[in-house]
Design a protein around this ligand. Structure first.
Ligand code: AMP
Length: 459
């Protein structure tokens, strides 16, 4: 199938061909014609499948086919994303694919000054890409009117629920006109997602593309047994000895990410870390350095890495195994994209054997184990409980009530959610600063759903 046969306008096809895309990905060839018809869709697609172009191209087509004649252009399309990074990436895609259509877009998220966003909106935009918290702040400040929205996209809806955004999503939905086209993209379809979809979508077309757990089969996976104290030494050794150029390394906690990136730097390897305790600017810089090849190693936590569009990574390393097996699948999906060979390496110490078993159960196969000479695990070392382990997922991560609930963890009660220092890219209120925007500085998982500001929001 070609892009030409999908029914997109010449302006959009021109922008697509400039990206050197030769043919639509499966989610694109399924979603684009249906969206062009104006139907609602519910799509099971993850980052890396081309889903962003899958909804952006037909959205741009529909909006540009019927340009508003009003003097002050109303906002006609809203794309909601769970994280600032994803919002920035989607916004880049809107600009890239919309290069030859006369539509304006704005991206709004917390953690940065709200005033330039207000100015931009006041000048008139057709499309807003947003994280939920900042979006509501802008609405509450009278800078944004959502009553003319024609198209709504919820991107990575499962992540939004995991991160506790459901109340905000409901608030946003209440501000939209009843007549509109809705699209919901989600990697997983939990009962919560199905419930949200049930109330949101009108006889949607269901689109399911290959899941990562299946795609993961094409990634060469290896487990390297090693003692917990020797992991960073082994990692430096492997990166140096094999001359790996671009490595994404996952750690379980943000402190672990910092520690490891500092250690790698001390070992003479250029490394940078990305996690929720860093400012938005620092995270963007770290990602840019990594993409440009200035930093050879990017150390990330699961949530910070979520939705990051890093193409064709040759190597993904699990420095720690994730507590949740599905996160393993997300992590290794970062490599071997679009038919490129990828390697996923997991450094596994004795403490993590139970986590490895859960992952292998999910994959329904054993991951090959390779022992590196002179790094053989010492059999006398006994397993120890993992700090910030299963019942205390990264400490504050456990406070993501939706997450805990979905994964059957104890302590999922909302009463725990009182930290200001979340693990995710939304960052924390403490870090983001204060100001009249109030809660608006936080658009990530750590936002206090029950903060006084929030309670004053329209229900
Ligand atoms: P996404 O799943 O939307 O995050 O997209 C993942 C990556 O695939 C992005 O870097 C896109 O630029 C790229 N991409 C999207 N559509 C295509 C296509 N049809 N052919 C090749 N690459 C694509």
């Amino acid at each position: 199938m070609s892009f030409q046969s999908l029914g997109l306008s010449a302006e959009l096809l021109r922008a697509v061909s400039e990206q050197n895309y030769t043919q639509p990905t499966p989610v694109q060839s399924q979603a684009i014609p249906v969206i062009l018809e104006g139907r609602d869709i519910m799509a099971g697609a993850q980052t890396g499948t081309g889903k962003t172009a899958g909804f952006t191209l037909p959205l741009l087509h529909r909006l540009s086919a019927q340009m508003s004649t009003k003097k002050h252009r109303p906002v006609r399309a809203l794309i909601l994303t769970p994280t600032r990074e994803l919002a920035a990436q989607v916004s880049d895609s809107v600009r890239t694919y919309g290069k030859y259509v006369p539509l304006k877009s704005a991206v709004v998220f917390g953690g940065v000054n709200i005033n330039p966003q207000i100015d931009k909106l006041r000048r008139g935009v057709d499309i807003v890409v947003a994280t939920p918290g900042r979006l509501l702040d802008l609405v509450n400040q009278g800078a944004l009117d959502l009553s003319q929205i024609e198209i709504l996209v919820l991107d990575e809806a499962d992540r939004m629920l995991d991160m506790g955004f459901l109340p905000d999503i409901r608030r946003v939905l209440a501000l939209l006109p009843a007549q509109r086209q809705n699209m919901l993209f989600s990697a997983t379809f939990s009962n919560e997602i199905k419930k949200l979809a049930g109330g949101l979508l009108n006889s949607p077309a269901l689109i399911e593309v290959e899941r990562r757990s299946a795609a993961a089969e094409s990634v060469a996976q290896t487990v390297i047994p090693v003692d917990r104290q020797r992991k960073s030494e082994l990692l430096s050794h492997m990166i140096g000895a094999k001359n790996w150029k671009q490595v994404l390394v996952f750690t379980r906690t943000k402190h672990g990410a910092n520690r490891l990136s500092e250690q790698l730097t001390r070992d003479g390897l250029s490394a940078t870390a990305i996690h929720g305790n860093k400012t938005q600017a620092a995270r963007m810089r770290a990602l840019a350095d990594f993409k440009k090849g200035k930093a050879r190693i990017l150390v990330a936590t699961d949530i910070a890495a979520r939705g990051l569009d890093i193409d064709q990574l040759p190597h993904v390393v699990n420095f720690d195994l994730p507590n949740v097996p599905e996160d393993y699948v997300h992590r290794i999906g970062r490599t071997g994209r679009a038919g490129n060979e990828g390697k996923a390496i997991s450094l596994v110490c004795v403490d993590e054997h139970h986590l490895l078993r859960s992952i292998e159960n999910l994959l329904k196969r054993e991951i090959p184990k390779v022992v590196i000479p002179s790094y053989e695990p010492d059999p006398s070392i006994k397993a120890e409980p993992i700090p910030n382990g299963r019942n205390n997922r990264g400490g504050k991560q456990a406070q993501r009530a939706g997450y805990a609930k979905r994964h059957g963890q104890p302590g999922a009660g909302g009463g725990q959610r009182k930290s200001s220092q979340g693990q995710g890219p939304g960052g924390g209120r403490g870090r983001g600063g204060s100001g009249s925007a109030g809660a608006g500085n936080s658009s990530g998982p750590s936002r206090r759903r029950s903060s006084p500001q929030r309670r004053r929001q329209p229900a």
